[in-house]
Design a protein around this ligand. Structure first.
Ligand code: NAP
Length: 328
């Protein structure tokens, strides 16, 4: 495993982390046994950064991560969770100090810890970026010892740029993958200047970039890949990175011949993300130990050659970029 600095937190995080959304809900059934086995396999492979949220399975994901922490007392594991999405309605006005205290207390119970290592605002409404009092409330939580660091998980590059303007923000989580290039244009540079860590999420475009899906693939009704294809439940950019499914499959077909001998397409997709030194970690979601192990290997693969990088760039420019580049 390769380790990289997560901005000013000073943490050395594994370049391949672990995204624990699917262990909560929204991705079809995952048993507790599979979830725990996937988490342990990741840590056994050198993963030391886990991303979760209070709303994933209404706390189930946090509870499973908490169980991992108890079962691995000798491992240093950096946990990032999120808050904000329990607000109903989800409005900027709800982002108050009082609500944060309540959300964080619940996360601390779920995780069975006494201070959240990294708390992220969970894709807040755009108005939040114009309310310094929200960030002051996070400073207060830090001063009270309830959280150690804070960051923001964002939808759009513009929100990422806005968030990095608040000095207490130490990490930005954003969708960045072979189907989403825009963060690397301006935002990565700005983040580096401000020493803000970058957490690249949805690295496999919800599994599309594993190359295992086709036109016949079916997803269970409780999997967002069936119910959020048009953004009915949350931002459509979170499902297949916002790329229409068939267009994504066509592009994946073109990528097949670029996969180096002995690699999987998922590993190519993950290694592509790590070609950017500004990325601190990327957090593929794994639902079983095999996926967790395969993903971790990507950090030890050699750099992708220039010709393959150029092919992927052209593919994005000609086919995928026109569908997503202007939106996020
Ligand atoms: N708003 C936010 O802050 C936000 C939003 C989205 C995600 N996230 C975070 O980002 C993490 C990752 O994003 P994501 O889970 O949306 O998508 P992802 O990592 O792009 O895709 C995950 C899916 O890809 C498949 N997969 C994983 N490893 C594989 C492998 N080695 N070979 C083949 N298939 C593999 C699995 O699905 P199947 O086996 O079912 O195909 C898995 O559930 C989440 O877990 C969460 O922590 C945060």
């Amino acid at each position: 495993m390769q380790y990289r600095r997560l901005g000013s937190t000073g943490w050395e995080v594994s370049a391949i982390g672990f995204g624990a959304w699917a262990l909560g809900a929204d991705w079809g059934a995952v048993t507790d046994d599979d979830a725990m086995a996937a988490l342990h396999a990741a840590v056994d492979s050198g993963v030391n950064f886990i991303d979760t949220a209070d709303v994933y399975g209404d706390g189930r994901s946090e509870q499973l991560v908490g169980r991992l922490l108890r079962e691995r007392p000798d491992d240093e594991i950096h946990v990032a969770t999120k808050a904000g999405r329990r607000l109903d309605p989800h409005t900027a006005a709800g982002y108050t100090s009082q609500k944060f205290h309540r959300f964080v207390d619940r996360s601390l119970t779920n995780l069975s810890i006494d201070s959240v290592p990294l708390l992220q605002l969970h894709c807040p409404p755009s108005d939040v970026y114009y309310r310094p009092e929200v960030f002051a409330a996070l400073d207060d939580l830090k001063a009270a010892g309830k959280i150690r660091h804070y960051g923001v998980s964002v939808e759009k590059v513009e929100e990422a740029l806005k968030a990095t303007g608040f000095p207490g923000v130490e990490s930005i989580q954003i969708i960045f993958n072979a189907f989403r290039h825009r963060p690397s244009e301006l935002f990565f540079r700005e983040a580096a200047i401000r020493d803000v860590g970058i957490i690249a999420r949805v690295p496999l475009a919800s599994g599309l970039l594993s190359g295992r899906m086709d036109r016949q693939s079916a997803f269970p009704p409780d999997d967002h890949r069936s119910y959020n294809r048009d953004g009915a439940a949350f931002d459509v950019g979170e499902t297949f990175a916002g790329v229409p499914y068939e267009a994504g499959l066509d592009a994946v077909d073109a990528i097949r011949r670029l996969v180096p001998e002995g690699w999987t397409m998922a590993q190519l997709a993950l290694r592509w993300i790590l070609m950017w030194d500004e990325v601190s970690t990327t957090i593929p979601g794994a639902k079983n130990p095999q996926q967790a192990r395969d993903n971790a290997i990507a950090a030890d693969l050699p750099p992708i050659d220039a010709e393959t990088m150029a092919h992927l760039e052209r593919l994005y420019r000609d086919r995928i970029g026109p569908l997503v580049h202007h939106r996020w």
